[in-house]
Design a protein around this ligand. Structure first.
Ligand code: NAP
Ligand code: ZN
Ligand code: ZN
Length: 350
């Protein structure tokens, strides 16, 4: 059985959002029903709505930065109770038995995890995300949002937060390490705060200096414009770790040149096209190119607790449902400071 829930729906690729409805399943034994309060707009939502990563499933209700309140639970639920503040990130199920699931890295499930939207449950039902008044999710894929975090500013942590926290931890960002964050957008502004809280020396590489003041306030030690022809020569051999959040093509060789010996350039931004590099750029200095994808459930909870402890959250522009189309265009123009979050109460009941 399902119920009909107000949602922002895009009927086909690149079509504007319409206030409509979506069918949400009734609560099963292990399910948590969440009244969505806030949903962040991730650049990945835009890539998928516009089919920049290949064919997508329509109608689509995006949203994988979800924060809300538990409004019902199934009989078998033990982790959450009605009234709890909770979040949902980029996936809502996984096989639970492959080596990656067993390691708590469900983002790399070998069977393929179930994406929060633009995907299918293992039963074949399509999934719908957080631009909606309600979602129903298995309790094992729901996160607890600590009391110290405001729900609206916490929503973006469910993707932008974990996507930067996970590689920073994996590659050992901390005291004595030099970290660069490329792109001062949704992911980038979280990466700066988290890397700073971990104790790393943080440099932002942005296209211009227009967000410099914000970057320094959020914890950057240095800030450079990639449009300045001298930036890359000045920074040769500087960084142990670069987290590249750029959603478009980058000059990979130029960034590799700014790594110290044994340094790593880690892609989290996922552009449409293949990126190329010269082999000489990694041979010199024994450098690595790597990638990272969100994080597992256990690490996502760890990240939320870390952010609460360190007073870290997203800087957001809270918008009504009627402004989502315009917000998409602004994100693409790098004109967001630093995450749009939809107040889902403004999705009209039709
Ligand atoms: P965003 O808010 O749009 O931020 C991207 C930033 O990249 C912009 O603010 C801009 O920073 C910079 N940028 C944009 N276009 C550029 C260009 N043509 N050249 C150079 N720099 C450019 O996007 P986001 O939500 O942070 O997501 C960023 C990327 O990460 C997207 O591709 C998204 O799909 C991907 N993503 C990956 C994961 C994962 O798990 N790996 C998770 C979430 C998102 P400046 O203005 O400072 O230059
Ligand atoms: Zn995302
Ligand atoms: Zn698995």
């Amino acid at each position: 059985m399902t119920s009909t829930v107000p949602a922002l729906v895009t009927p086909s690729a690149s079509a504007p959002f319409e206030a409509s409805t979506v069918e949400v399943r009734d609560v099963g034994a292990h399910d948590v029903q969440i009244d969505v309060a806030y949903a962040g707009i991730c650049h990945s939502d835009i890539h998928q709505v516009r089919e920049e990563w290949g064919p997508a499933l329509f109608p689509m209700v995006p949203g994988h930065e979800i924060a809300g309140i538990v409004s019902a639970i199934g009989d078998g639920v033990t982790r959450y109770a009605v009234g709890d503040r909770v979040g949902v990130g980029c996936f809502v199920d996984s096989c639970r038995e492959c080596e990656n699931c067993l390691a708590g890295e469900e983002q790399f499930c070998l069977k393929g995890n179930v994406p929060t939207y633009n995907g299918r449950q293992y039963s074949g039902e399509p999934t719908y995300g957080g631009y909606s008044r309600r979602v129903v999710v298995d309790e094992n894929y729901v996160l607890g949002i600590p009391e110290g975090l405001a729900l609206d500013a916490a929503a973006p942590l469910l993707c932008a937060g974990i996507t930067t926290y996970s590689p920073l931890k994996h590659w050992g960002a901390g005291p004595g390490t030099r970290v660069a964050v490329v792109g001062m957008g949704g992911l980038g502004h979280m990466g700066v705060q988290i890397a700073h809280a971990l104790g790393a020396h943080v440099t932002v590489l942005s296209q211009t200096l227009s967000k410099r003041e914000d970057g320094m306030r959020l914890g950057a030690d240095e800030y450079y414009a990639t449009s300045d022809p001298e930036t890359f020569s000045r920074l040769r051999g500087s960084f142990d770790l670069i987290i590249n959040t750029v959603s478009a093509d980058v000059d990979v060789d130029a960034y590799l040149g700014t790594l110290r010996r044994n340094g790593s350039l880690v892609f989290v931004g996922l552009p449409e096209d293949a990126q190329t590099f010269r082999v000489g750029s990694v041979i010199g200095g024994r450098r690595s190119i790597a990638g990272s994808n969100i994080g597992g459930i256990r690490e996502t909870q760890e990240m939320l607790d870390f952010c609460a402890e360190h007073g870290i959250a997203a800087e957001i522009e809270l918008i009504d449902a009627s402004h989502v189309n315009e917000a998409y265009d602004r994100v693409v123009r790098s004109d967001v400071r630093y995450r749009f979050v939809i107040d889902t109460a403004t999705i009209p009941a039709s």
